[in-house]
Design a protein around this ligand. Structure first.
Ligand code: MG
Length: 262
């Protein structure tokens, strides 16, 4: 099931993506409130997908947790940039929830950076309070999955020696276009394109630390709240974004997150 958050006639709503009765168009079945807290009660209203503006499908309640160095080919390409090797446990950092934007929104390159880069990643959305959960139980706390771009001011990340500012600028966490509650992620393809050209390509089967491991490990450090988001790391091919670029992160079974760059 695909869940969208959208703006229609001045109101923000959540809805389930569905075929129209005739089968020739796509509609949103409006929900009573946020399904993470309110479930799937529908209002009965249906709106054409083409008539709405899709928004970030979730605004993280408290934080965006990110995993660094989680694909071997990306670890290799970063060896001479930020250094280091794959870590025996997931390497965690945070982005503020003020960095989140939605599909088609603009990524704004800050004036203080000359090197803003894309990192297309799979993101998971937490659905229930999670603290010290086991790997075995971890995925029960996940509401669904979406596409993310861990936009990074690489020059600032390197200069600061830690990652908060370089990863945390406003607009540096595009999410969307929807949350898929039950994708097949055993070997899903993730591809990032800039102006139509493939830059990053990987498969979820190549993740060094599994989704269950990441949720369990993060929950040992932070209480994860419903609506918190976890980015799971990029496959190799991260690279520069310039003004006027269009960047797309596509994941099998979820959709394509598209943003322009200013
Ligand atoms: Mg990243």
């Amino acid at each position: 099931m695909k869940i969208a958050r959208y703006l229609y006639e001045g109101e923000i709503s959540f809805g389930i993506i569905d075929r129209s009765e005739s089968g020739d168009s796509v509609e949103l079945v409006e929900l009573h409130g946020d399904p993470i807290v309110a479930g799937y009660d529908t209002t009965g209203r249906r709106v054409p997908l083409g008539a709405v503006k899709l928004l970030a499908p979730v605004i993280p309640r408290s934080k965006v947790v990110c995993v660094g160095k989680n694909y071997a080919d990306h670890v290799a390409e970063m060896r001479d940039v930020t250094g280091g090797e794959a870590t025996p446990e997931p390497l965690l950092f945070l982005k503020p929830n003020t960095s989140v934007i939605g599909p088609e929104d603009e990524i704004v390159r800050p004036a203080v950076s000359d090197r803003v880069e894309h990192e297309g990643e799979l993101a998971l959305v937490i659905g229930a309070v999670a603290k010290d959960v086991s790997e075995e139980d971890a995925l029960k706390y996940v509401f669904g999955f979406t596409c993310a771009n861990d936009v990074t001011a690489r020059d600032i990340q390197i200069a600061d020696g830690q990652w908060t500012r370089g990863k945390g600028f406003d607009t540096f966490c595009p999410l969307g276009p929807v949350i898929e509650t039950d994708p097949d992620l055993t070997d899903a393809r993730l591809v990032t394109r800039v102006n139509g050209e493939v830059r990053q390509e990987g498969r979820t089967s190549q993740l060094i630390h599994s989704l269950a491991k990441i949720v369990s490990y993060a929950s040992q450090a932070f209480t994860l709240l419903p609506g918190d988001v976890i980015l799971t790391g990029p496959p190799a091919g991260v690279g520069r974004l310039e003004a006027g670029d269009t960047v797309e992160v596509e994941i099998d079974g979820i959709g394509t997150l598209r943003n322009t760059v200013r």
